[in-house]
Write a protein that binds this ligand. Structure first.
Ligand code: SF4
Length: 374
């Protein structure tokens, strides 16, 4: 089988090229052609020696993920469904905002954690993605949109590992993918703009701090262990106190001086004033027990199998007010791509037809925003 060059971070590619008798700088040139310029055809890599290109033709390829489907939302959000074989599909979501353009990337086909409010969790786990399959999402979306929008400059400014899967349960494939996202010879993203979201795989949080510290988001969703046990089952293995200890250990290595906590608002389950108070008590313990943090309140996107409902707007506002009054920086996440089931926790939805007009208007707005950011 041909080697997929998307499987390598730069040190990996250098090692592979050296095995072919090629110098280190040739590997760097190749890496730049693939990731910075999105070129798949070795013949277009004009500064590579002819005999090196001949070897590449024989041995290697840049293997894309087949696109099963694309949906464009009226708000500019775009969702792709990629085929990863054996009947498995994963999703990536592009979310343009005024000051950034974010790609939400999947790390696994399905997920073994089984959070109650998450439609991916309800599907069960199929398999880990390879490094190439993780990076292929970024590679494809970045270069596809550059071509479509007629732009030369970088489009995606932020990556969040918040698509399908628990990234820290696919650690070996994740780290080379993160390193490539950060590499100046590839996407050159700042550590602050690459976020790994975890349900709380404590030992791997410690390893990430050592190996590739990027921004960290922790799916908290409950302030008390018995409630979190029911919503995020991994809590039975790594309960809240252990999770917060791991957050504190992560902070010295982190590119930001806070941890982001995600909190999905579920009607009558975790959205009452007493939950807000318990959260305040948990996060604001003085001295060594507190955690510098920001809290993201996420409107739940209902799906039939969950048996859960979205919290009413007033409940969310009351909850947010209580936290802010206690001095905890709190934001209520806007739902994006609602009309294409691309919102958080919805990455397994049905297909809906959208009009070309919606797509054109949204695309024009996105191009204007990205030009303004340049
Ligand atoms: S929320 Fe994340 S960790 Fe939990 S089941 Fe869904 S994909 Fe897995």
């Amino acid at each position: 089988m041909m080697v997929n060059l998307l499987d390598f971070d730069l040190p990996g590619l250098i090692g592979w090229c050296e095995g072919l008798g090629e110098k280190k700088f040739r590997a760097t040139q190749l890496f730049r052609w693939v990731h910075q310029r999105g070129v798949r055809d070795f013949d277009q890599m004009t500064d590579l020696a002819r005999d090196f290109r001949a070897k590449l033709h024989q041995l290697a390829e840049i293997r894309e993920l087949p696109v099963l489907q694309r949906q464009d939302s009226s708000d500019g959000t775009i969702k792709w469904l990629f085929d990863v074989g054996d009947g498995n599909a994963i999703e990536s979501v592009f979310i343009p905002e005024d000051d950034r353009a974010t790609l939400c990337v999947s790390s696994q086909a399905g997920c073994a954690v089984g959070c109650r409010f998450c439609s991916t969790g309800h599907q069960g786990f199929s398999r880990n993605l390879t490094t190439a399959e993780i990076l292929a999402q970024l590679w494809f979306v970045e270069h596809t949109l550059r071509r479509e929008f007629g732009l030369q400059q970088r489009i995606i400014s932020n990556v969040v590992m918040m698509g399908m899967g628990e990234p820290l349960q696919n650690y070996a494939a994740l780290v080379p993918a993160l390193r490539t996202m950060l590499d100046d010879h590839a996407y050159g993203l700042s550590r602050r703009r690459v976020t790994v979201s975890t349900s709380g795989v404590v030992p791997m949080m410690d390893r990430l701090a050592q190996d590739c510290p990027v921004a960290l988001a922790v799916s908290l969703h409950a302030p008390l262990d018995d409630l979190r046990d029911a919503l995020v089952p991994i809590n039975r293995k790594y309960p809240i106190a252990e999770l917060l200890d791991a957050c504190r250990r992560y902070l010295p290595a982190a590119p930001r001086d806070f941890i982001t906590f995600e909190y999905c608002m579920l009607d009558g389950v975790n959205d009452q004033p007493e939950h807000a108070q318990a959260l305040i008590n948990l996060l604001q313990l003085r001295g060594s027990a507190g955690v510098p943090c920001k809290l993201n309140l996420i409107p739940f996107n209902p799906f039939p199998a969950s048996g859960l409902k979205r919290s009413p707007t007033e409940a969310v506002q009351t909850f947010a007010r209580l936290l802010m009054k206690a001095g905890i920086v709190t934001t209520v996440r806007k739902t994006r791509g609602d009309d294409i089931d691309a919102a958080c926790g919805q990455l397994a939805g049905d297909v809906l037809d959208r009009t070309d007009v919606q797509r054109r208007v949204a695309r024009q707005r996105t191009i204007e925003i990205i030009r303004a950011q340049a």
